[in-house]
Design a protein around this ligand. Structure first.
Ligand code: UD1
Ligand code: CA
Length: 456
């Protein structure tokens, strides 16, 4: 049977206290909605999205993300049944419908697959038993344990409020039945809303066997209504990420202090120290080590490369056995050959650095093509910007750039050339040449008296 997922996301999300629509708030670096759409996609479901508050912003995101669910607009939020009703005309009668919430981002594929299976008979709900069920709809059962209905907190009697089995909101049913039941839902309740939950009693009245599926964990079906719950969802996702990576052979110094905001592809025996943030697509080959509090975004590191603590690396593709940091910053489409060493307080931007090249301390290398086995001394600066345009610095294999040198681009330093410390290089240097450019004579005044403070 064809599955269609209807994702409810029209609510205001008042408790987020935000200008951003709730479902665009991120978990693990991606909007909650992206997670829900992915879960629906994993079911092989056609996706329908019900939007209302912030619909334009959500649609702008959909476009930018390149996802195109069928969108139904619910201009007035008259309740969850009304919301589902907006999407139903686009769903064929023969389809199976799964209702998901845009603000329940971490529901597992396992739970949804079980829900899909259970709905074949008529109607299935995901429920969970909570220590504190306050605020949720309660599952009503008869003496034999059969589901008879759902009562919302607002409408529940004292004894009903004591029920700890709650409705997560996620349900599945054949489209034809769902259409028939929803058409009968009334809004005679404490909230004057059309409750989707009322379809349960309607199904029972038709003699349908309502099945329940227990969520694999309570946390995965916890809705996000405020930023505290958003932070809970974030931790849950990160712990899941951490466990998956550790089971696959990645060593995390502390799974509670690891953040993945994208995709990590890791080889064997990769070690990640505390406080590391992985963003975008990161590939770490066998034996790579990432030091504490480093931030890697769209980075690829060859086998046995090591990033020491407090590095910020973005759009870097590095070879094997490189050593980077501590406190290094690399960005914008940079490539390192094998065994490159970039030390503390070095910034590399949009450059290609050849194998075995070293820049150990306090340097800026931007828009540069640096050969192999080059030594870049402390304080070397590529002056790549003339105030209007960027220019390229080219350094040949085996060159030695002395400390505190400025290379005023465009400029080329030949292979094996030697630039003396403190030079300002404005003209090309030939292969094997020495270039020196500094004030010629050092003046030394013997017995010079330092200035003193005037006595008051
Ligand atoms: C709902 C359930 C409740 C369940 C709880 C689980 C109903 C009547 N109640 O209650 O049994 O325990 O979820 O979290 O269904 N939405 C719309 N349009 C609307 C109303 C809501 O799109 O007109 C969307 C919201 O954006 C949200 C979802 O539906 O994503 C749930 O709505 P919400 O108002 O939060 O329902 P609850 O009162 O929490
Ligand atoms: Ca809710």
């Amino acid at each position: 049977m064809n599955t269609h997922a209807i994702i409810l996301a029209a609510g205001r999300g008042t408790r987020m206290n935000s200008a951003l629509p709730k479902v665009l708030h991120t978990v693990g670096g991606q909007p909650m909605l992206a997670h829900v759409l992915r879960a629906a996609g994993a079911l092989g479901a056609q996706q329908h999205l019900v939007l209302g508050h912030g619909a334009e912003q959500v649609q702008a995101w959909l476009q930018q993300a390149g996802v195109a669910p069928t969108v139904a607009l619910q201009t007035e939020q008259l309740g969850t049944a009304h919301a589902v009703q907006q999407a139903l005309p686009a769903v064929p009668d023969e389809a199976q419908v799964v209702v998901l919430y845009g603000d329940v981002p971490l529901v597992s594929a396992q739970t949804l697959a079980a829900l899909q299976g259970a709905a074949a008979s008529g109607l299935a709900l995901v429920t969970v038993t909570l220590e504190n069920p306050a605020g949720y709809g309660r599952i009503l059962r008869d003496a034999s344990g059969r589901v008879t209905g759902i009562v919302e907190q607002k409408d529940a009697s004292e004894p009903q409020r004591a029920i700890r089995e709650i409705n997560t909101g996620l349900l599945a049913a054949p489209a034809a039945s769902l259409k028939r039941w929803i058409a009968q839902v009334q809004n005679h309740n404490a909230a004057a809303e059309f409750y989707l939950t009322d379809i349960v009693a309607l199904a029972v009245a038709e003699g349908v066997d309502v099945r329940t599926v227990t969520a694999a964990s309570a946390a995965e079906v916890e809705g996000v209504n405020d930023r505290v719950q958003l932070a809970h969802a974030e931790r849950l996702l990160q712990l899941r990420n951490a466990e998956r990576l550790m089971r696959a052979g990645v060593q995390l110094a502390d799974p509670a202090r690891f953040d993945l905001r994208g995709e990590l592809i890791a080889g064997q025996d990769v070690f990640i120290d505390v406080g590391v943030i992985i963003e975008g697509k990161v590939e770490l080959a066998d034996g790579v080590r990432v030091g504490a509090y480093s931030h890697l975004k769209n980075v690829k590191l060859g086998a046995r490369s090591e990033v020491l603590s407090h590095c910020v690396l973005e759009n870097l593709d590095a070879g094997t056995a490189c050593r980077i940091g501590p406190f290094a910053r690399v960005r914008m489409d940079t490539q390192f050959g094998d065994e490159v060493h970039i030390g503390n307080f070095v910034e590399i931007k949009k450059s290609r650095i050849g194998a075995l090249t070293k820049a150990g301390h306090l340097a800026y290398v931007g828009d540069a093509q640096v050969g192999a086995d080059v030594n870049i001394g402390a304080g070397v600066i590529t002056c790549n910007y003339d105030g209007a345009n960027k220019h390229v610095t080219t350094i040949g294999d085996g060159a030695f750039i002395g400390t505190d040198t400025q290379l005023v681009a465009p400029v080329t330093i030949g292979a094996r050339a030697f630039v003396a410390a403190g030079s300002t290089i404005t003209r090309n240097v030939a292969d094997d040449a020495l270039a020196i450019c500094r004030a010629r004579d050092q003046k030394t005044i013997a017995g010079w008296k330092r200035p003193r403070k005037q006595p008051k």
